[in-house]
Ligand binder design. Structure first.
Ligand code: PLP
Length: 471
């Protein structure tokens, strides 16, 4: 399988090269050259399979021959071996037609583990085979960084630099990144927002000389392999509820548009998805875009669901590429308009194509707390604020059809105890696997939101000068 850049000016790459590069050299994102189809009979048979077996079958056509099926299955089994639930991504029924897909049973209690644990093993495998070394630079609104630290700590061929917005993430999220005690992990608190962190990462990746010097890799949700791994649970959840014979709907707490784009990938691969509901918190750029056709960020407002406090949804570019009929010139034009004027407008046909499969709803802070309270009172279930935003959006869409609605539970309630206590008056129980981060010693540095400062720290602390890096 070959991958092409949404901007059309970078070389097409195979799966391993896309895995290690993350961002394309023309600033674009990689999508597969074509969408392989999973035939209906294969979707039916997923219902009786383990998550590991299902994952290997769904991912294989998107990887191609670079990894043999048995090796792929063994890597997936190792990646999910640390999960606290046998089913990896279990479904819980909340109401007659509303389900929760629990994606928080991994080591850092957020859905990011599903992709990151596998990404760590895939990258390690590639680097061991080539003898190369890489420097991972990641911007995080909290959960990605924690998942990356868990996946990459103490890996010999990898240095990890994590940028997080100082004071804008929860204490548990910060401690998950700063207490690893691993010499190859470098957490950096940036005095700014997540969008500032992401802008620094983009600047350093577009400095091609530095990118080569340090052998930079991106593991943000722009990395295709993350989306690939996330595609799996859309298939397994849909199959469990009757796909391919019955269409399903998903409601997805959305920030950078990576997770919900994985749902779109499943749809393009033949899964009968009737609707993908984008759930946003107060930072509602995507809800506004679907309503008006204009993509225009506003200032980021901190909320109780910090992993969605984003106004520039990077993976939306992948969808633009698809709905423009894979017109990379059009994507370049929109991205340039965005860079220069801070906004762009979709054409009528692009907007119609998006509205054909997506809907979007915004849940503000009061509503999010109300969803948490109502759910707890009715069922005893404690939902974290991100999950509550998804449930709120799902409920608004529910009456539109009879297809089962699956809301994605993206974080464990224990990750956001203050917000839960405020909403329902109860503190969620801390799972054992989180106790060590509360006790550990924190190490991190604090920087102004300037790419030069971050570049210097990477030059100082990275080990790439010592040996050959990937190009
Ligand atoms: C990252 C994250 C999201 C948003 O996912 P995207 O892929 O960025 O849209 C939602 N909820 C939680 C808990 C997250 O960590």
């Amino acid at each position: 399988m070959l991958y092409i850049s949404t901007r059309g000016r970078a070389a097409s790459l195979d799966f391993e090269a896309v895995l290690l590069a993350g961002l394309a050299r023309d600033g674009g994102l990689y999508n597969p050259e074509s969408w392989p189809r999973i035939p209906p009979e294969d979707v039916s048979s997923l219902a009786g399979q383990s998550y590991v077996e299902a994952a290997a079958r769904i991912m294989q056509p998107l990887i191609g021959e670079q990894i043999a099926f048995d090796e792929l299955r063994a890597l997936i089994a190792a990646a999910y071996g640390r999960f606290a639930h046998q089913a990896v991504a279990p479904l819980v029924q909340l109401d007659s037609n509303l389900w929760l897909l629990e994606l928080f049973h991994g080591p850092t209690l957020a859905f990011k583990d599903l992709a990151m644990q596998l990404l760590g093993l895939l990258m390690d495998r590639s680097l061991k085979r080539s003898g190369d070394r890489t420097t991972i630079l990641v911007a995080t609104s909290g959960d990605t960084g924690a998942a990356a630290v868990e996946a990459f700590k103490n890996r010999e061929a990898i240095d990890l630099f994590v940028l997080f917005p100082d004071g804008r993430i929860s204490e548990i999220q910060r401690r998950q990144m700063t207490t690893s005690d691993a010499a190859n992990v470098h957490p950096i608190a940036v005095k700014g927002t997540f969008d500032d962190c992401q802008a620094i990462v983009k600047t350093l990746f577009s400095d091609l000389a530095f990118r080569d010097e340090a052998g930079l890799s991106a593991v943000n949700s722009i990395n295709w392999a993350r989306i690939l791994a996330q595609t799996v649970y859309y298939f397994t959840a849909a199959a469990a509820l009757g796909a391919p014979h019955r269409p399903v709907r998903f409601a997805v707490p959305t920030g950078n548009f990576g997770d919900i784009f994985a749902g779109y990938v499943a749809f393009r691969m033949g899964l009968p998805v009737e609707r993908l509901v984008i759930a946003t918190n107060t930072n509602d750029i995507l809800a506004r875009t679907l309503a008006t056709g204009r993509y225009e960020p506003r200032a980021v407002v901190p909320t109780s669901s910090p992993s969605m406090d984003i106004q520039v949804s990077s993976n939306f570019e992948r969808l633009l590429f698809e709905v423009s009929g894979r017109d990379s010139e059009r994507v370049n034009a929109l991205m340039n308009a965005f860079k220069e004027g801070g906004a762009f407008a979709l054409s009528e046909s692009e907007l119609a194509a998006i509205r054909g499969i997506f809907a979007a709803h915004r849940c503000d802070e009061a509503e999010t707390a109300e969803v948490m309270r109502r759910l707890y009172r009715r069922t005893g279930y404690l939902a974290d604020p991100h999950t509550a935003v998804g449930i709120g959006a799902a409920e608004r869409e529910l009456a539109q059809s009879a297809a089962p609605m699956i809301a994605l539970a993206t974080a464990h309630p224990a990750k956001f105890p203050e917000a839960i206590e405020r909403a329902v008056g109860r503190v969620p129980q801390m799972p054992e696997r989180l106790e060590h981060v509360l006790a550990g010693r924190e190490t991190y540095i604090t920087l102004e939101p300037e790419s030069d400062a971050v570049r210097s720290v990477i030059r100082d602390r990275g080990r790439f000068a010592e040996s050959r890096t990937i190009r």
